[in-house]
Design a protein around this ligand. Sequence first.
Ligand code: UDP
Length: 152
Amino acid sequence: MKQRSFVMLKPDAVKRRLAGEVLTRFEKRGLKIIATKMMIIDSDLAKKHYGEHSEKPFFKDLVNYIISGPVLATVIEGEECISLIRKMVGATNPQEADLGTIRGDYAIDTGRNIIHASDSPASAAREISLFFEDSEICEYTLPDEELIYEEP
Ligand code: UDP
């Protein structure tokens, strides 16, 4: 089933000039970027986005980290892409992330793990609508879809 996932390159990724390289990984996998924008999140949006963690001890640091610089908010589309992207991203703690995953290759600390990706269809829908208007999402066909999918 075709899905959309919300992916966000966190301020450490942008400041470490890793944004292009990480997005390239998704492109090379065959996924389609259908929206992206650089923005500095305000703390209201940060708290909404990470609302499920509001009672956790790391919540304040997490919010401060995510508003500390520009992020690249992105929507990616592809078959079953929510779990596929989570696999590409790797474990929350980069020390436990497999080599070859984004966090396993580029990060060391949990609090500086460079990327967010939706963990379910319900969170993807919620997160996409928090960050994007419908009009900011671009629908288009990739010219090589028949080379990526058996049944485009
Ligand atoms: N986080 C943290 N300390 C923790 C757990 C999580 O700083 O002990 C941060 C980390 O940046 C993580 C984010 O909170 O990416 C959201 O946590 P979640 O468990 O949802 O992990 P994710 O889905 O990002 O892998």
